[in-house]
Write a protein that binds this ligand. Structure first.
Ligand code: RRO
Length: 315
């Protein structure tokens, strides 16, 4: 069974990787991903300057293993740390894993500076520009402002000057799928979108203590895990149906086992990121999920993901 895939012209030995934000802020965490059975790895979204992020507790799993809530607030080491990591990365590593770099500037000017620095370094890593952080007070998500998103791409696309991707928030209206896809279809270098970032600004409350689970923003935070799976699948499929040929979708959201990876591929995903489950289980998740996916494909008689990618049936 072949689980390999190609994203932005770069080959991944298997289609699984971490969701940006999980286990990827520090070099030792990134090294764990290198040593895991993931097919690739992506760094924590970077800003121009390093950030401590919001006060703790800022991540909590939800009761019943239905998902998680977070308001991390973009804790990261600053883009130069990840640029340096990318410069020293062994692109010929034995596992053949490519490196993705996530950028989440707090302004267009920040994104511009970071993209210029990565362009000048001319490295074989792939950029995923995050337009969907829900957790920085006073900074609305660019992905929910269609005009701002198009303006940002008009500036960043020519700077990056080669294939890259965008991390999107979940959309909940067909008109928004149409508008967002029409924008991405104008930019030839935008070759993938990653759907979805966390479902922004949920509120999880503990019944016994009658208290919010996380401290920042009066307990409001982004939701991930199994409870967002149908929203993630809808966004993957909506963009799979709308994007021009040559553009791909990376699925993210609700993956706990090989079963949900299979569903993401059926919806149209070319690669699949794991967030909450990686946070809860650690990097062993990649070996387990891969094994489950291979077993499921074998039982169904599929030998490669191309045989069923995007082939979800409708009634
Ligand atoms: O750091 C965060 O709070 C965070 C980010 Br940048 C993001 O894109 N998505 C998320 O759920 N949390």
């Amino acid at each position: 069974v072949d689980l390999s895939t190609t994203i932005a012209g770069v080959k991944l030995p298997n289609l699984l990787l971490n969701a940006s934000g999980v286990n990827c802020r520090f070099e030792n965490e990134l090294q764990q991903l290198v040593e895991s059975k993931s097919g690739s790895l992506i760094t924590k979204s970077a800003t121009l300057n390093s950030r401590e992020g919001n006060p703790e507790p800022r991540y909590a799993p939800l009761a019943g293993s239905i998902g998680s809530i977070n308001s991390m607030g973009l804790p990261n080491q600053g883009y130069e740390y990840y640029l340096n990591y990318a410069k020293n990365f062994d692109y010929n590593n034995t596992a053949g894993k490519p490196l993705f770099i996530s950028l989440a500037g707090l302004s267009l000017a920040e994104n511009k500076t970071m993209c210029e620095a990565f362009r000048d370094a001319n490295l074989p890593c792939v950029l995923e520009v995050n337009f969907s952080c829900p957790n920085v007070p006073g900074k609305p998500q660019v992905g929910y402002d269609m005009e701002a998103m198009e303006q940002a791409l008009q500036v960043l696309d020519p700077i990056i000057g080669r294939p890259f991707g965008i991390k999107l928030p979940p959309y909940f209206d067909i008109a928004h799928f149409d508008q967002a896809a029409a924008i991405f279809n104008k930019f030839d270098n935008v070759v993938f979108v990653t759907c979805i970032n966390s479902v922004g600004n949920g509120l999880a409350i503990d019944l016994d203590s009658e208290t919010a689970l996380i401290k920042p923003k009066d307990g409001f935070g982004g939701l991930g895990g199994l409870l967002v799976l149908p929203t993630a699948l809808a966004n993957v499929n909506a963009f799979y149906r709308r994007l021009k040929p040559g553009k791909q979708v990376i699925g993210c959201g609700g993956v706990t086992s090989g079963k949900e990876v299979f569903l993401h591929i059926l919806a149209g995903a070319s690669a699949v990121e794991i967030g909450t489950q990686l946070m809860e289980e650690g990097t062993g998740v990649f070996e387990r999920v891969q094994k489950e996916l291979v077993e499921l494909m074998t039982a169904k008689g599929y030998k490669s993901v191309e045989e069923f990618r995007g082939k979800v049936k409708t009634l």
